[in-house]
Design a protein around this ligand. Sequence first.
Ligand SMILES: [Zn+2]
Length: 249
Amino acid sequence: MSLRDKLKALEELQQIDLETGAVGVRAAEIPRRREALDEGLAAARKAYDAEKARIDGNEREKRGTEQLLQMERDKVKKWEGRLGEIRTPREYAALSREIDIARKTNETQNENLKALALQAAELQKSLETAADALSEREMAAEAELKALDARAAEHTAKLAELAARRAEAAGRVDPALLARYEAIKRRRAGVAVAMVVGQTCKGCNRNIPPQLFIVLQRAESIEACPNCGRIIYSSEAVNPTVPPPTQAP
Ligand SMILES: [Zn+2]
């Protein structure tokens, strides 16, 4: 295999690795997005449950007040019946006073009941709002989860395809060069191979010495950028876009 072909295989490997990295980054976003959806749903459920608890509390208070009021009214009725049997004016006055106090208390309790009923209507509205918000969020989350599942499946398929292409490209590079590529890749933020355009290394954007530039044009040896250490190649030498000029006879 010519050196040009080896460099081309390295360049391809580089593209595959960069693409794999990018797909990996996108794939890693999916669990985070799922988590955010779960958190949003939990918050909406909590808000709904809080409204439900307030309604339940109001209902309990209403029932308790009603029971108490019923008991007190029965008591007042009994006392009123007893008034006719009382013989002494002092006892009569005392019971009348008790009845008045009980009636006033009952009126207050009745006002409380009315207030609780008004509050219940408000609470019902809040509960409906919370229920709407919850079901809206649930539907949106369901749709987004489906989309996330589809995207996760796409990523898995893409990563499998890239892995197959990588194995093929890596097979075209000798083990020593592959090991060198991997080592530089780790040191240089995932980019081990750089193109030289004009006299500039595209890995670090610094110029290479003119002599090295001439060596690169021959594409006969593996060279490294003296500045960033990346494997460099001349784009014109490795991927000639124009056929070499033919000598006129
Ligand atoms: Zn460089």
